[in-house]
Design a protein around this ligand. Structure first.
Ligand SMILES: Nc1nc2c(ncn2[C@@H]2O[C@H](COP(=O)(O)OP(=O)(O)O)[C@@H](O)[C@H]2O)c(=O)[nH]1
Ligand SMILES: [Mg+2]
Length: 306
């Protein structure tokens, strides 16, 4: 981390700055925050900006379905210069933009780095409503998965790739636990049980020590990223799902061919076939390919478009 007085947060030295060993140029840490709607992802971004923007050069990318609601919330929170907060509008399938075809998010990240770089930290908030959506390691170096106590004490037990494999699992809004009759300790224990040693943090923005712990975790991750000892890990593909109010669609993450008939887009040979009829999500083998991710995916969409 850069704490020296010379490294003011928003005017950094040149972009060819090297890591300590003098080899690779420094690249910003891209940290994703995923989790169900309302669990407090935007609030975590705001908290991290508040805690870290004084010492790090930061930018934020949000993913919203049709609006820039999250970006507007963060801009109005005044935690970062507004131009450093960018919204990606993902259309009906927001998990696709963080998982299967991340090009629009990568573009946003690159734009931010070009405009304000060198950046230390780029935070990316997932959109969508799916409990199991995770980021592709092609987009983020690490990810936080966020649950909240109000979602019920048994959520952590239900598992899913984000819960079991994200770099950090946050159990958020612990201040609400007495009102929703959730035993936080128990919820944290359940979560630990699902994570084979990966960290779990009970967080509330009203609980200063927990906020300090969150910021410390990010600092330590950044340090590991810079010294090259952090390896991005894919928590795994999302579970089969369909969207309420939609016809359902099929994601087939196992195969490495996009058979989507119509147009092909993206750098890595993704094709999209837009169907009229229903869809359902399915997975056929494979865990999404770890770090080699982003090469190609079997992926079939049949969306009804308005
Ligand atoms: N009591 C309490 N409320 C919180 C906390 N964090 C977020 N919230 C509230 O939870 C709601 C959803 O938060 P938001 O960050 O928008 O969730 P997101 O949809 O996951 O981005 C908002 O009303 C927040 O004010 C917390 O630590 N404690
Ligand atoms: Mg949000």
């Amino acid at each position: 981390m850069r704490n020296s007085p010379s490294s003011s947060p928003h005017s950094s030295p040149n972009s060819t700055e090297s890591t300590d060993n003098g080899t690779a140029p420094r690249t910003p840490l891209r940290l994703g925050v995923a989790g169900p709607v309302g669990t407090g992802k935007s609030s975590i971004l705001a908290t991290l900006c508040r805690e870290l923007a004084g010492e790090l050069s930061m930018a934020v990318v949000t993913n919203d379905i049709y609006t820039d609601e999250d970006a507007r919330f963060l801009r109005s929170a005044g935690v970062l210069p507004t131009e450093r907060i960018r919204a990606v509008e993902t259309g009906a399938c927001p998990h696709t933009a963080i998982r299967d075809d991340v090009s629009v998010n990568l573009d946003a990240v690159e734009d931010m780095e070009e405009a304000y770089g060198p950046l230390d930290l780029i935070l990316i908030e997932s959109g969508g409503d799916n409990l199991t959506a995770t980021f592709s390691p092609a987009l983020v170096d690490a990810q936080i998965f966020c649950l909240d106590v109000a979602g019920g004490g048994d959520v952590a037990r239900k598992g899913g790739p984000g819960i079991s494999g994200a770099d950090l699992l946050v159990i958020n809004k612990t201040d609400l636990a007495p009102y929703v009759e959730v035993d936080v300790e128990r919820m944290v224990e359940d979560a630990r049980g699902a994570r084979s040693g990966l960290p779990v943090l009970a967080l509330s923005r009203k609980d200063a020590p927990s906020v300090t712990e969150l910021a410390a975790w990010v600092r330590s991750l950044l340090a590991r990223h810079r010294e090259g000892s952090h390896t991005p890990v894919d928590p795994g593909p999302m579970a089969p799902h369909s969207h309420a109010g939609e016809d359902g669609h099929v994601h087939d993450e196992g195969g490495h061919v996009h058979d989507e008939g119509g147009h092909v887009h993206g750098e890595d040979g993704h094709g999209h076939e837009e169907g009229e009829s229903g869809h359902g999500h399915g997975e056929t083998g494979g865990r999404g390919g770890g770090l080699a991710h982003g090469a190609a995916h079997g992926h079939t969409h049949g969306h009804a478009h308005p």
